[in-house]
Design a protein around this ligand. Structure first.
Ligand SMILES: NC(=O)c1ccc[n+]([C@@H]2O[C@H](COP(=O)([O-])OP(=O)(O)OC[C@H]3O[C@@H](n4cnc5c(N)ncnc54)[C@H](OP(=O)(O)O)[C@@H]3O)[C@@H](O)[C@H]2O)c1
Length: 306
């Protein structure tokens, strides 16, 4: 049985990925940070990644075949408030993990973000020059670069995704679902475009990328972009909720606080060619999101946190 180390295993991506990989027969170890995991079908450990000096020994002791590095300071407002911590977690920890993976001969898939782009143009390819506009984005870009400098054979996946999370509030889809179900009015941005994958599909694709031993940078997104407003309307229709509670508003008229990119539609041609199959579309993602809700996944995720 092949060994997989998932960092950030208490997060939205990491927990969904670790559960899926365990179901598929991987021997999974999930590292979380502050939150302990319980009742999960994999080996769970708490490892604080700010202790950079411990990373090599801990990875070597585990000796995984594959590392998928999902942990990050992923809250963009928190990153803005704590730039030194963001640098440590988003840039230096990935470098230390990449160095460790190379030294023990493990495959590495590092998780990065669409936010490395400023969002002025959209349809971004892997060859386009990034221009990060926040501390989060700058440190994540530094992380990508540090990973490839430490381990040129690594893979990095720039992602954006939604799904059910252990807090019930990490993803935009959960935001719309929770507020609309409580009959609260919310804003939906008509001028912010993104290409989010359903997290279950993202987990499948990351494992396929590992199987095919892909190296280098890949855009791992839904091939169709949508506005955040249209996405909210789709979530409302999926669950039979009142879509008129979503106010269509332009972020450009409201922008306060941390700057956010407007057009993060992403080009996935490179990944589709490498995998030699079409990526799941927007409707496929929403259907899977709904099916996992019907199957009780949200409760399973919430119950995974001790
Ligand atoms: N959500 C999105 O749409 C999105 C978009 C683009 C890119 N990404 C990237 O995707 C990855 C996963 O994001 P996510 O949304 O799943 O994030 P998340 O739900 O916020 O989870 C973050 C994870 O990182 C862990 N972590 C934070 N500080 C840590 C520390 N000091 N030591 C060890 N672990 C630590 C957290 O553990 P504890 O909570 O236990 O401390 C948690 O498991 C990140 O690399 C993020 O940058 C996400």
């Amino acid at each position: 049985m092949k060994k997989l180390l998932v960092t950030g295993a208490s997060g939205l991506l990491g927990l969904n990925l670790a559960l899926k990989a365990a179901d598929l027969g991987w021997d999974v170890t999930g590292w979380s940070g502050r939150r302990a995991l319980a009742r999960v079908p994999f080996n769970a450990e708490q490892v604080d990644l700010v202790n950079l000096g411990d990373i090599l020994a801990r990875v070597a002791a585990l000796s995984p075949d594959l590392v998928i590095h999902c942990a990050a300071l992923a809250d963009i407002d928190k990153a803005e408030q704590h730039p030194a911590l963001a640098e440590k977690l988003n840039a230096q920890a990935p470098e230390a993990l990449a160095d460790a993976a190379r030294k023990i001969g493990a495959q590495l898939i590092h998780i990065s973000t669409d936010a490395v782009f400023d969002g002025t143009r959209g349809d971004y390819r892997e060859t386009d020059e990034p221009n990060p506009i926040s501390v989060y984005a700058r440190t994540k870009l530094a992380g990508e670069r540090a990973v490839f400098a430490a381990y040129p054979q690594a893979a990095a996946a720039r992602v954006n995704f939604y799904g059910w999370s252990p807090t019930g509030q990490r993803s935009l889809a959960e935001f719309f679902y929770t507020h609309l179900r409580s009959e609260h009015t919310v804003n939906g941005f008509t001028d912010v475009f993104f290409s989010p994958l359903y997290v279950g599909h993202l987990a499948d694709i990351l494992l396929k990328m590992a199987e095919q031993r892909l190296e280098g940078l890949y855009h791992v997104f839904c091939p169709q972009a949508t506005s955040k407003y249209a996405f909210g309307v789709s979530v409302a229709r999926l669950f039979g909720l009142d879509e008129s509670l979503i106010n269509p508003v332009a972020l450009q008229e409201l922008q306060t606080g941390t700057l956010r990119s407007l057009n993060l539609s992403m080009n996935t041609d490179k990944l589709q060619a490498a995998l030699d199959e079409p990526l799941p579309g927007e409707a496929d993602g929403l259907q899977a999101f709904h099916a996992d809700w019907q199957a009780g996944l949200p409760d399973r995720l919430v119950a995974s946190i001790a």
